[in-house]
Design a protein around this ligand. Sequence first.
Ligand code: GDG
Length: 720
Amino acid sequence: MALYIISNRLPLKVSKTDNEYVYERSEGGLATGLSSIQNFAEKKWIGWPGIFSDNEEEKEEIRAGLLSENFHPVFLSEDQIRDYYEGYSNSMIWPLCHYFYTYIQYETKFWKSYQYVNQLFCDEAVKILKPGDMVWIQDYQLMLLPALLRERIEGISIGYFHHIPFPSYELFRVLPERAEILKGLLGADLIGFHTHDYMRHFISAAYRVLGLDSDLDEIHYNDRVIHVDAFPMGINYDLHHDAILDKTVQKMANQFRQNFGNHKLALSVDRLDYSKGILHRLKGFSLFLERHPEYRGKVSLVMVVVPSRDKVDRYADLKTKIDEMIGAVNGTYSSLDWRPIYYFYHGFPFEELMALYHIANFALVTPLRDGMNLVAKEYVAVKRDNPGVLILSEMAGVAAELKEALIINPNDVEEIEAALLEAMLMPEPEQKKRMLKMQKTVSKQSVNKWASDFVTELNEIKMKNFLLQNKKIDIKSLKQIIEQYKRAKKRLLILDYDGTLVPIMKLPELAIPEDQLMQTLKALAADKRNSVVISSGRDADFLDKWFGELGLNLAAEHGAFYKAHGKWIENSATTFPEDDELSNIMQQIVDKTPGSRLEIKKTSMVWHYRNCDKWLADLREKQLIHALMMPCARLNLQIMRGTKVIEVKTVGFNKGTEAVRLMETDDYDFVMAMGDDITDEDMFHVLPAEAVTIKVGSISDYARFSMPQHDTINFLNSLM
Ligand code: GDG
């Protein structure tokens, strides 16, 4: 079994010198994390090699050169990079996911190219993937790929990790291709985000855009269960923590310290991007110098901005503004022996960056939005037992983990100013105490752990989905059930009604049995060997009205009543109490929740919320259960959660107790139960292991089999 990483770029640079290709590996965090993952015969990487070529021979040469590293190139043209990468990915998805909605630049050809390139990645991948392999797709450039791969190859497990924020639904809905993007992602078995907030936003978008229900961290889609989880990405902790032990790094640090002069240093490191909050940071620093003249000459800001896309207008504008603002601050406050801002518009080699982290008294990590931000974690790791203060934006994913940082709202320049003051005044023992706590967090959540947590969970889900798929009734198991049925002399067939024999309708009164169902039930009941029972949450009147004449046995209100030999019998001696407090609670919840309704039965009261907004229904459900606790304890009633219902009922019976009672009525040699609801689990649970228990519409731990609702009548017919 092999593990395949698929990302937009391969982690290397290919260049051509003197007719020869040179391959330079860039050991990013992801590559490090992956190296720690064991248990795979092979680890391979698929991605763009970062070089253009339209010459087939050249491509073959590059392909062969990469193969020894287990890299597989997807060659892209300059037009494709412009439209799929710069266009749809970076001018559409990037600003949207970073809440820069007005920065979106949309062209139809961008979307076309995005679809085309995702397909290209798929075509390349299917050439080498084999059933049983695991695929881990990285980031927002390849959001259609999970579904494309699922369609093309069976038996692989697919994971996807989103490195940038996933925005709230109110923003995500702006995207014209929102449904296609979500469906693309839902091709994965596991979808990972840095934080629980992004995860929540994604689940909410899947509900609001596609109407998909979720159960905690699971989304049910196309007969599959998709898991969504938060995996905060980490760094190679030891590499950063031990960086300063290296003599060269120490030398550099000493040299830098001398060059910058003997005053405090605040460091910031980012790629040139509007999401990074560089201008706000500069304003905050400038305000600090303006309001606190006593600190002029005592602190400098070392600002590293790594060049990025500066040929694009928006980035070129940002660069000009940064240059101007730095010029203005330095022009205003510089003295002959002190400069407020040291500005580097270029990257530094790793060792130099480590030396900068080491000498920096503070780190200013103030993005307006950031998926995670690894610079914050790196700064913390490098500090070892030295003092240092991290000033951190609440809008970076990393803020969910590093609670001991000085957390600021990056839009509020006064907060940046105040945090700088707090950092200047913070006693060293306090700095060290906070740093130590953050180091504990960062060292535990390393990039290795991140990668292995993801892969382990993907493996578990693969196993779970495998077991679940195995529960689907296929030709072989159908044949076995039919044979068992035919052999049997006394059969007990317990059938739920709504969601099993008829589809769930928006309103219960619309769920009326059609002719075909009536014929099937009649035919089943006509066989003397069969005892056919409809066991439903519906009341006796409804069941009698539709099935009273068919010669079936009936069980109403989840087993509170049953009909045998033409007579209704009550299982429970307790009648539902009349109680004002209870009635008021139930009525109020209906009044406050548009689309919900109350059903009053002899032994229960049921609040139905199938037609309500999910968010509101979740809130009301919790409120209702909370409000019902005391009166239900007082009245000796039980609260039961069904599918989109909360039922308050008298104690002592359920579909399980009714199933046990039915089993005792004869010596059955074939027992079958079918149901779709949570309340049907009670009967699956109590029936003997050899009973044919079938969960309809989804999968249950207790039921042996599963079946879609639209197959139930055909299935029943196939028995006869
Ligand atoms: C995406 C998400 C998320 C920076 N300057 C230099 C340099 N760097 C290194 C840092 C750090 C990395 O670049 C930047 O970290 P980010 O966290 O910003 O990562 P990105 O890949 O840009 O962004 C982000 C991340 O994915 C991971 O999921 O955190 O939110 O946008 O490692 O050290 N390295 C060197 N010289 C520099 O000048 N050598």
